[in-house]
Structures are given as C-alpha cells and as structure tokens.
Design a protein around this ligand. Structure first.
Ligand code: GDP
Ligand code: MG
Length: 485
C-alpha cells in the first residue's frame, strides 16, 4: 500500500496568537493567504473550530482536510485523489493540524491551514483550527476574545463541546447576539450578521432523549434554546437573540469514538480503530457540512467579501482587539465594520468617477458634460451597491463621496479649462502666423507677376525697336538707292 501524504501540501500557520492577554498577529502570513493572486478576488469561506483543549478538534479538522483534498483542488494540489472514498485507507495515519500533541498546551490562538481550496472561478475555502477556548488556563476575557474573533472571521463556525451545551458556554455567544441586534436594527439587507454555526457535541450520552447526528442535534438545540421561566434575563436574551445572529444554527450529537481513540497513547488516528457508530456519524457529518452546495462564503452583514477586502477588515478587527485590554464592545466592532465597508464603497465609487474623467477635453462644454457623466456613474455605483449601517451612515458616506468628487472636480476642471484656453491661444497665434505667411506669399506672387509684366514690356519694347530699326534700315536703303538713281 503506497503511503499517501496528503498533507505535504500544507502546514498549520499560527496567524493570530494570544499571549498574556496580548494579541500577536502575523499580518505578513495572512496577506500571503488572502492576497494570493488566486484568492484575492474570490469570495472567501472560512471554516473554523473552537472549543476546549483535547476534545478532538484538530482530529476532526484533519478528517475535514481529508475530505477537502479528495473533493477540491487547492493552491498546492491540482490532482484530486483517485481513491474511491475520501476517507482513505482504514489504516492511514491522520495528519494535518497537529493533534493529540501531548499534555502541554499548544499556543493559544488561531492557526490557518496554509493550503487554500478552490471551487469554480469564484470561491476560496480556508480551514482554521483554534486552541485555547474554555481551557482552565484561559481567562474569561480571553475566552470571549477568542470566540468573538472566531465568530467575526468565520463563515462556518464549529463550537466543539464535550457531552452537553453548558450555560456559561452559551453566554459567550452573548457578543454575537449583541452584534446581531445592532446589525438588525440598522439592516439594509434584511440578512443576519453571521452565517453558519455548528454545535458539535462529542461523546453524547443521552441517546435515549436525542439520537446521534444532525436530527438529534436539532431537537436538542431547540430544547436548549427555549427560554425557561427560571432563567436570568441575560440568559433569556442570549437565547432570544441567538437565532437572529446566524443564518443557520446547527447541532450534531457525536457518539463516543471508542476506547482506542479516546484513551490510547499510541493511536495514530486511523479510522479502523474507531467505533462503527462514530465512524458513520463522522462521515455523514463531514459529507453534509462540507458539501460544496452547503459551503457558504463569508458575508459581513449581508455583504459578500473577497480575499482582499476581508484582509482589510480582519486587520482592523485585530487592531481594535489589540488596543483594548478588555474585549471591544460589540458596538465598537459593529461601527468599525460599517466604517470599513462603507469607506471601501466610497473609494470604489470615487474610482469610477476618476475613470470616467479620462480622455482629452476640447471645449468648456465638454468638460462640464464629462464631469456630469462621471458624477452620475459614481453615484449610480454607490446607490446600486448593498450598504451597511443605518440611513444616517448612508447619508454620511454619500456626502464623503460627494466631497471627494468635488475636490477632484475643481482640480480636474481647472487643469482642463487652462489647457483649453492655452490651446485656443496657441490656435490664434498659429492662425495669425498663417495669415501673415499668406500675405507674404501673395506679395511675393504679386512681385513676381509685376517682374514678369515688366520683363514682357521690355521684350515688347525690344521687338518694337527691332521693327523700327528694320524699317529705318529699309528706309535708309531706299534713300541710298534713290540717291544713286
Ligand atoms: N473522547 C473523545 N476523544 C476524542 C474524540 N475525537 C478525538 N479524540 C481524542 O482526543 C485527543 C485529543 O485530540 P485533539 O484533536 O488533539 O484535540 P484538540 O486539543 O481539541 O485539538 C486525541 O487523543 C484524540 O484521539 C472524541 O470524539 N471523543
Ligand atoms: Mg488541537
């Protein structure tokens, strides 16, 4: 059996790490991913997993990688595997994100798989593994930061939990719900702020109440999200708003994977060692969750982002996170998102204005006409694009666009009007010079004509003299003859 090394195609990149409440961000590495020529203009799907340490997150993501390599081309791999099933050989060791890496906790933070999966011409899919959420060493604040950042970054977020959904874990979703309520009150697009959220419950034990898989999960989630009379207001509001935060809220109940998987220290991840129940549910879940028609691309408040625009947004999020010791308020992050997005829209519309000004202008009327057409094109681009924020935001950014255009209009017009004036003066100078040249040419013609006239008169005179001379000669002759006679 040949050794299949699917993961020589990529490695885990620690792009965002947490250290004593500080965020370290490797901007260079993230730019290499999101600004890659094959990625920057595509829509982006980010599938991330968060949850407590040693609960099988990386293990799950590595099976996801297997599925992805079997079903999608990637930046580093253009050959799809020819094996009949994506899950591979039963004794194949599991590689990818490092899993089961011992009892010492890895770096806390988000690691991105360096290879990016590509679908059609317009979608790039990234996988992100996370360490540190809900660990004993992680502070409440750090937990909130990790979950917040992951929510902001992902288009599909998996919250990996052991046994049950706990109250405090739900509470960490408070942020997402705050963001959602801000977004929904200001929403132009009637869309929810985030896309897919999957509660992935491992080692589910209450099979008598809820069956394994997505169906049991949906029923369990329904029960969890029901408000109960004795709940605190805060928990109630989390429950009430959680559905408004995500387009899709999923839950999957996974069986215990078997003793070998859960406890053996020399287990290498091969699926032949899994309990059959677990193996079947794992396959079903991954095939369902990562099916190409189920993968959703990242929208920020209903607006699609590309690799390059998302890179800018992420940079700003990280900046906001690193400048405040506390978790940034949902309001701050929401405003930042609106700001960033609308500023981009202003820039894009302004570029359309500038583009429409290109070309040579010959008259003052043409200058006015060109500006007006360019202005209208820019406004149409602004009005025709989905907006973020409320009506005041829209007004504010529209005014910004008008101001920018106004400044450019003044500068552009003055350049062209000056040039047109100069061209006019130059033309006038040329015309006068031509007139003068014409006058000189006419004078020269006249002079030549006169010269010729004089020449003709001279010749005429000479001929007359000659005739006269001849007559004179004849006269002299006759006189001579008469004399002789
Ligand atoms: N109990 C249990 N253990 C699992 C499960 N899936 C994987 N494991 C084991 O959990 C350990 C930690 O896995 P790992 O993926 O590194 O966990 P992570 O820290 O959450 O990324 C490994 O020994 C896996 O074999 C599961 O569903 N239940
Ligand atoms: Mg891990």
């Amino acid at each position: 059996m040949p050794v299949i090394n699917r993961h020589s195609h990529g490695e885990a990149l620690n792009i965002i790490t947490f250290n004593d409440n500080q965020i370290n961000f490797n901007e260079e590495k993230l730019s290499q991913l999101l600004l890659h020529p094959q990625v920057k203009d595509r829509e982006i799907a980010i599938v991330s997993i968060v949850g407590a340490y040693r609960k099988g997150k990386s293990f799950f993501m590595d099976y996801c990688l297997r599925f992805m390599y079997a079903n999608f081309k990637s930046l580093n791999n253009s050959n799809l595997s020819s094996t009949s099933s994506w899950i591979g050989d039963k004794d194949e060791a599991l590689t990818g994100f490092s899993w089961r890496s011992g009892s010492i906790r890895d770096t806390t933070g988000l690691s991105f798989w360096s290879d990016i999966f590509l679908h059609d011409e317009n979608l790039a899919i990234l996988l992100v593994d996370t360490q540190g959420l809900f660990d004993p060493e992680t502070s409440t604040e750090e937990n909130a930061k990790i979950l917040t950042l992951s929510t902001l970054l992902s288009s599909s977020l998996i919250l990996n939990l052991n046994n049950v959904i706990q109250e405090d874990q739900l509470q960490y979703l408070q942020y997402a719900t705050e963001f959602a309520s801000l977004a929904s009150s200001n929403n132009h697009n009637n869309s929810k702020p985030f896309q897919r959220f999957l509660f992935l419950i491992r080692d589910w034990q209450n099979v008598d109440d809820f069956e394994f898989g997505m169906n049991g999960g949906a029923a369990y989630l329904d029960q969890i999200l029901k408000s109960k009379p004795d709940q605190s207001e805060e928990l109630k509001s989390v429950r009430e708003h959680i559905r408004e935060s995500f387009d899709e809220l999923l839950c999957c109940l996974m069986p215990y994977p078997g003793k070998k998987v859960a406890t053996s220290s020399d287990y290498d991840g091969r699926w032949s060692a899994m309990d059959e129940d677990f193996f079947n549910e794992l396959r079903l879940l991954i095939e369902n969750f990562l099916a190409v028609d189920k993968i959703v691309s990242k929208r920020v408040n209903g607006v699609q982002v590309t690799g390059s625009s998302f890179f800018e947004i992420i940079k700003n999020y990280i900046m906001t996170f690193s400048t405040s010791r506390l978790i940034p308020k949902a309001q701050t992050l929401y405003e930042l998102t609106v700001n960033k997005f609308m500023t981009k829209l202003v820039e894009k519309s302004y570029e359309i204005y500038e583009k429409n000004l290109e070309g040579i202008q010959e008259t003052n009327e043409q200058v006015d006409g060109t500006h007006l057409k360019a202005f209208e094109a820019a406004m149409a681009a602004f009005d025709g694009t989905k907006k973020m924020g409320n009506e005041q935001d829209e007004e504010k950014f529209k005014n910004q666009l008008k101001q920018k255009i106004n400044i450019k209009e003044t500068e552009w017009k003055s350049i062209w009007l000056k040039q047109i004036k100069e061209i006019k003066e130059e033309k006038e100078r040329k015309r006068k010079a031509e007139e003068e040249a014409e006058r000189l040419r006419q004078m020269e013609i006249e002079r030549k004509r006169k010269e010729e006239e004089i020449q003709r008169q001279i010749e005429q005179r000479e001929r007359e003299i000659e005739i006269e001379n001849r007559q004179q000669e004849r006269f002299e002759d006759r006189k001579e003859k008469t004399k002789r006679i």
